[in-house]
Design a protein around this ligand. Structure first.
Ligand SMILES: Cc1cc2nc3c(=O)[nH]c(=O)nc-3n(C[C@H](O)[C@H](O)[C@H](O)COP(=O)(O)OP(=O)(O)OC[C@H]3O[C@@H](n4cnc5c(N)ncnc54)[C@H](O)[C@@H]3O)c2cc1C
Length: 578
């Protein structure tokens, strides 16, 4: 095992779309940039699996005020309107950046290419319900889109460190001055001193069933928290529909294109329980229906011609989403002719929660910036505002974070760490490898999953169950984490991931206990209504010594919508028992 000691202006942690944008932008402004990725930049991250990019452009007839109103309504009046405006205004310039990088997009006439501005608009519009009137997206037209982004990062002159897992931030005089980690194959110790650091390491997931989130264990959020950064929106978790016995998500885009207008989802009695429910909030209705004892939940057969469907899928196959139809075939599931069981699997905290940032993507800790799913912008509130806004958001926040980090680095004084401090970090990184006995990461992972993934813990929530799960997570924190042992560098990676998951789970549970109401996908069985009087608020968390401090701040009055409206009008989504 050797030691790599590196100095740079800007360190970017995580090479999904947000990290690539941050690296490119910082380099364009003249900074020396290192991009560290625990996997291989170009073949990892949720970004690898996404295909929709949200686009907004007034010249095409998109109405700014109407979109803002929709965002506000879907975000149930706690979406941060500063960020909503930024996401709308900057989606098009960032899309143009992607086209200039050589990213092809899928076009309405079925071809794939690099649209010239005069060919626009060519977007696909989805206006599926009265609840969500506008969602206009463009589809990435290359499976290898993130490899194209990698090439751009390298062509710009950034240095990529593949398979380097960052575990902790370096701190000196109240500032973040880089990060430390190790090479996941060679086991080399990496000590990277940077004038500015961008965290773009994605969301916080717990290795649950759906693909596309397996590598995101929230390390960026939790290392930021340990360094004193504030987190926000961490009470809002997300689920994904998963096909039972197959663990894949279904891609319904091609089905829609060959004529099926909507999914037919039924309970055990064959009732279409989603019928009257506006599209976006349905995520929470699956677990609620199951909770009523009316499961299992089925998707009715697609009833479309498989060959036509496969033909249509070829276009989509050009885009990035996984080999899901092969997965279904292997599991012996014929979704075209048979109904199939589907469930909502809890994944974790993605676009909603993360490191609190201002509109320049600065955290409250000098030298530390955040972007993409790791950043807490509160732009969606407790749901998901628009298809494609994850990728648009990753590009926009990545660009902004890279810019701010480069500007900070230009003026920042160099702060060097002493040899003894280097040794301290080495101990943190390699501690689990040096331990002869203790708990394996696999053991801890199973325990975390048993406590955080069941639908009745973080989807249909109740104080008693949240508290019970928290009690167990506290035990893991106090007993398992300090005694994690790893047998090789692969195991060491898992050890650091579960260390992060335990802290992340604690934050999620504590903040969920703190919000005593229901809102959007955040459903508390013991508080099954929105409480506008007390909870038009954002929740924040920070470390104070060994304690987790949690507090709420009211959203600005002008974001709160018309509070004089009757409840049913203000909230088209009605939970049970209201
Ligand atoms: C299956 C799926 C489909 C989706 N489809 C869409 C869609 O069509 N449109 C849309 O807008 N959004 C979609 N989303 C959401 C979207 O993918 C994300 O919002 C977006 O990709 C976030 O980008 P990111 O760069 O912040 O994170 P990621 O792309 O997740 O990148 C984070 C990177 O950080 C790395 N990393 C993590 N920890 C460390 C560490 N400790 N050290 C070093 N590296 C680390 C990870 O390996 C990863 O490569 C989808 C998500 C999934 C899971």
């Amino acid at each position: 095992m050797s030691e790599k000691r590196i100095e740079t202006d800007v360190l970017v942690i995580g090479g999904g779309l947000a990290g690539c944008f941050a690296a490119v932008r910082a380099r364009e402004l003249g900074a020396e940039v290192i991009l560290a990725e625990k996997n291989y930049v170009g073949k990892t991250g949720s970004s690898h699996y996404a295909r929709d990019f949200m686009l907004f452009k007034e010249e095409w007839g998109d109405k700014f005020d109407e979109w803002m109103e929709q965002f506000s309504k879907i975000g149930e009046y706690i979406a941060d309107r500063r960020w909503d405006e930024i996401i709308l205004r900057e989606s098009y310039p960032r899309f143009r950046d992607l086209v200039s990088w050589g990213e092809p997009f899928y076009k309405k006439n079925g071809t794939v290419g690099f649209p010239e501005p005069e060919e626009e608009p060519f977007r696909l519009a989805f206006r599926r319900t009265k609840y969500r009137r506008y969602a206009v997206i463009s589809k990435f037209g290359a499976r290898h889109k993130m490899l194209i982004a990698r090439k751009k990062v390298m062509d710009t002159g950034c240095k990529i460190l593949d398979r380097v897992m960052i575990t902790d931030l370096l701190e000196k005089d109240g500032r973040v001055v880089g990060a430390t980690g190790f090479h996941t194959r060679t086991g080399d110790f990496c000590f990277i001193e940077a004038k500015a650091t961008v965290i773009s390491s994605g969301g916080l997931a717990f290795r649950s069933a759906p693909y596309g989130v397996q590598f995101n264990a929230g390390e960026g959020m939790t290392m930021g928290y340990r360094a004193g950064a504030e987190l926000t929106g961490m009470e809002f978790g997300q689920g994904m529909y998963v096909v039972k016995n197959c663990d894949t998500v279904i891609i319904d885009g091609p089905v829609a294109e060959i004529g099926q207008k909507r999914d037919r989802v039924t309970n055990a009695y064959g009732e279409e329980f989603l019928n009257e429910i506006p599209h976006i909030p349905i995520n929470i209705f699956w677990p609620i229906e199951f909770h009523k004892g009316r499961g299992p939940i089925y998707h009715e057969p697609y009833g479309v011609d498989r060959e036509k469907y496969k033909e249509e899928l070829k276009k989509y196959d050009e885009t990035a989403e996984g080999p899901w139809i092969t997965m279904l075939d292997r599991a012996g599931l014929d979704i075209f002719n048979d109904r199939f069981e589907q469930y909502m699997a809890f994944t974790g905290s993605f676009w909603a929660g993360g490191l609190r940032v201002n509109t320049s993507c600065e955290t409250n800790v000098p030298g530390l910036y955040a972007a993409g799913d790791a950043a807490g912008t509160n732009y969606t509130g407790p749901t998901y505002t628009a298809l494609g806004s994850g990728m648009a958001g990753a590009s926009i926040t990545g660009y902004r974070a890279g810019q701010s980090a480069a500007q900070f680095a230009q003026k920042a004084k160099e702060l060097k760490l002493e040899g003894s401090e280097v040794e301290k970090y080495r101990q943190i990184v390699f501690g689990p490898l040096e331990r002869k006995s203790g708990f394996s990461p696999d053991h801890v992972l199973t325990r975390i999953q048993q406590n955080i993934l069941p639908y009745e813990i973080r989807m249909v929530m109740h104080e008693k169950r949240l508290q019970a799960a928290l009690t167990m997570i506290e035990f893991f924190r106090d007993h398992f984490v300090a005694k994690l042992r790893a047998s090789d560098s692969h195991d060491l990676r898992k050890a650091h991931e579960v260390r992060s998951m335990v802290l992340g789970a604690e934050v999620m549970l504590r903040t969920a206990l703190f919000r005593k109401e229901s809102r959007g996908w955040f459903y508390r069985e013991d508080y099954p209504r929105r409480d506008d009087k007390n909870w038009l608020k954002w929740i924040f968390v920070k470390r104070e010594g060994d304690q987790m401090k949690i507090w709420a701040e009211p959203v600005p009055k002008e974001y709160q919508g018309d509070t004089s409206l009757p409840y049913e009008e203000r909230y088209p989504l009605q939970y049970q028992k209201e």
